[in-house]
Design a protein around this ligand. Structure first.
Ligand SMILES: *Cc1c(COP(=O)(O)O)cnc(C)c1O
Length: 442
């Protein structure tokens, strides 16, 4: 089996290889390089202690197929994370298996579906507001549900009259995120949950915006039945570029029997994986989810303890600070206060010849990652800004000044926006070329 001819590899010196890759990595952008106000994605700083813990040798060199008695420490971490998430969400049962927010949504909807199956009720519809993240209707549709979309009211909140109009015994549930994707708190959430429960329907909480409410309120208090959290957003594990993430699902007491198996439990002496969950929907991922992401999130939770409440306070304060300072230059989707993020409507600038996409690209020239754009869909030319709690006042002030500068440029030199970004390693990219001519070799 020995090769007869030498491998056709160039013999590179280690130092040259290191330089090549370092140079490449320097061309990339990350939170350690600059402000990253990507709305809805909660790009907070990932503290190094999370990495330290996830890289502890005793956690790295174990295998999920090992017996419970050999991995008591790992199971203890998972158990205690489950308990922490119960505390934070107010829920009674947790599965750590789902590997993303959308995966959590799918898991949650599967639980809802099985719950009604066991009850002998056939409910075929799920209600989703028009401000929802696209994964919400997608997850429900993947479970076989028909999606009913309801229009938001003029404040950008759930329109209760619209909700009542579409509600009947065929509705399994309502999917909501609170605060919603406009960064607004659904003030009538108790009324909404009452209406849904009186109809025998369940409420699903998309926890992607949890960074706004930690320790101040929780989905249980708001009347939700199933929740997913995005550990990679709220609990500071690295994300972007497709993962890995973790989207644990938390449920009320009545739905605990439907969770994916196994769940990690503690019998007073040892931790063990319980596969005997009565009505379990089964497994939703290989082994037990993304363990190293779970360690990072648990480390983050322990680092803050009951100070998690302040994380949310500061995230909300930072968003309001930026929003109020940009009101003169930009149209903002709401007139009052926001939660942890807010949405700019760029139509005014578009009329002057500069789209939201072009303004977002221009931000890159100032070493700022573009915010989320064209989401939520209900605001035209939208730009969604989420600073998170990680940033200090200097960074926020710099962003405000840059945005004001950009507004001025729109007034004075709109044509220049054709050529932005101009300082990045890759300039203005062809938005569709890569999709049409996929080339992974160069
Ligand atoms: C990010 C996000 C999701 C999906 O989460 P992933 O982890 O990206 O799958 C769902 N809803 C909202 C509002 C989000 O911001």
């Amino acid at each position: 089996m020995k090769r007869k001819t030498p491998l056709n590899f160039k013999n590179n010196e280690e130092l040259e290889v290191m330089r090549k890759y370092k140079k490449r990595s320097d061309e990339n952008f990350c939170i350690e390089k600059g402000f990253y106000p990507l709305g809805s994605c909660t790009m907070k700083y990932n503290p190094r202690i999370n990495e330290y813990c996830a890289n502890l040798e005793k956690l790295l060199n174990i295998h999920p197929s090992q017996k419970d008695e050999e991995v008591q420490g790992a199971l203890e971490i998972m158990y205690k994370l489950q308990e922490s998430l119960k505390e934070i969400t107010g829920m009674s049962g947790v599965s750590l298996q789902p590997c993303a927010g959308a995966h959590g949504e799918l898991t949650g909807m599967m639980i809802i579906k099985k719950y009604f199956e066991k009850k002998g009720e056939e409910r075929k519809k799920v209600i989703v507001p028009d401000s929802a993240h696209g994964t919400n209707p997608m997850s429900a549709a993947m479970c076989g549900y028909e999606i009913i979309q309801i229009k938001s009211n003029e404040k950008g909140l759930v329109n209760i009259e619209e909700l009542k109009k579409v509600l009947d015994k065929n509705v399994a549930g309502l999917m909501l995120t609170n605060p919603n994707t406009l960064g607004l708190f659904e003030e009538e959430i108790l009324e909404i949950s009452k209406i849904m429960h009186e109809n025998g329907s369940l409420l699903y909480y998309d926890g992607a915006n949890f960074n706004a409410i930690m320790g101040h309120t929780n989905p249980k208090k708001m009347g939700f039945d199933v929740v997913h959290l995005n550990l990679h957003k709220t609990f500071s594990t690295p994300h972007g570029g497709g993962g890995p993430g973790a989207g644990p699902v938390c449920v009320i007491e009545e739905l605990k029997d439907y969770l994916p198996n196994p769940i990690v439990e503690f019998d007073g002496e040892k931790y063990y994986r319980n596969y005997k969950i009565k009505n379990s929907i089964g497994k939703v991922s290989t082994f037990f989810g993304n363990f190293s992401v779970l360690i990072r999130a648990y480390t983050y939770i322990l680092s803050y303890g009951n100070q998690l409440r302040n994380v949310s306070s500061k995230a909300v304060l930072n968003a309001n600070y930026i929003m109020e300072n940009l009101r003169n230059e930009f149209d903002i989707a709401n007139s009052g206060k926001c939660m942890h993020e807010f949405v700019i409507c760029g139509e005014k600038q578009k009329e002057k010849g500069v789209s939201t996409l072009q303004m977002a690209k221009r931000l890159m020239d100032f070493d700022i990652h573009p915010p989320t754009i064209y989401f939520p869909l209900i605001i035209h030319e939208s730009m969604m800004i989420e600073p998170t709690e990680s940033e200090n006042k200097e960074t926020l002030d710099n962003f405000i000044n840059v945005m004001k500068e950009i507004a001025k440029e729109v007034d004075e030199n709109p044509v220049n926006f054709e050529n932005y970004p101009s300082k990045t390693p890759i300039k203005k990219a062809d938005e569709t070329l890569a999709a049409r001519n996929l080339n992974l070799r160069n």
